[in-house]
Design a protein around this ligand. Sequence first.
Ligand code: SF4
Length: 357
Amino acid sequence: MINLLDLAPADAELALRAFLESEGEPGYRAGQIVARLWARPVATFDEMSDLPVRLRSRLADAFTLARLSLVTSQASTDGTRKFLFQLADGQMIETVAIPDGDRLTFCISSQAGCALRCAFCATGAMGFVRNLAVHEIAGQVRELALLTDPLRATNIVFMGMGEPLMNWKAVSHVLTILNDPKGFGIGARHITVSTVGVLPGIIALGERREQFRLALSIHAPSDALRQQLMPVNTKYPLADVIAAAAAFDRRVTFEYVMLGGVNDQPAHADALATLARECQAFVNLIPLHPGGSMGFTPTPPQEIARFARRIRGHGVEVAIRKSRGTDIAAACGQLRVERIGRRPPRPADDHGEVQVA
Ligand code: SF4
């Protein structure tokens, strides 16, 4: 059976038209059905009340609408909500919804676990399990729109579990579903793909004609330090990542997590500013969760402010990200870790090749 939620809206419409024709039903119904997948989603064919009852049951015989099951959710006093979903094979993934004024940003996961083992990251410590399918990534956005009190994203960031550009084939389809007016209809400039610097994926993202945003996890301004924090730096060294960012024809953001006494000294700020100037990047400084992570301690807020001023002094735009949901374990991977405990990391090789469509 075809899972309609694994298809881009145009492909779902084609599959449905062929089906409707074989059933002797009018072709315009395909558009009605597609509208109920993402834009005005319903959980089952039976709930597509604008269709004849007989057609709804025939659709259920021919197609599926795979669900993610919500295991638990937490709400922070600042309005941030975190959701833990279980997939058909029992894997758990997380999604975070972050309100900010009239914006609601969903931070979505693209892999179960992650192979890249960044030293400060709870997801990396779990090891890689598998890539998520299209319906499991886009389904996070759909499931929150199906809640009794629906949550509709205005912005999407691929900053949940996993490295999205190591699962490019699926992520590329998901970008279409998110952006297409027949999908969620979220503007491309409101959708950010965050990567450690997977070069083939950055090129593939740059080749998309939509203005999707790119965020690069830099986290250290030299190869020596980045190597310690992010083993992937061996494969994609800083100079190559910066060159890819400079070649990307849209504005790039640098993500930089502030690790007390590790990457937060004045010399780091100067070196980071030099890199940012090379590719006209905007720098986002990310305070570590107040409880620390993986043995790292947070840089105190006043030192983060000083670090930001130093970068700004080099003529580089910089912002300090607000810590959100700090009372609910909202750092990447934490809810899942709390729920099922840690598993020993697998070697990065288990992950296989970077998939580029
Ligand atoms: S920070 Fe991102 S890329 Fe690094 S281990 Fe965690 S999930 Fe993977």
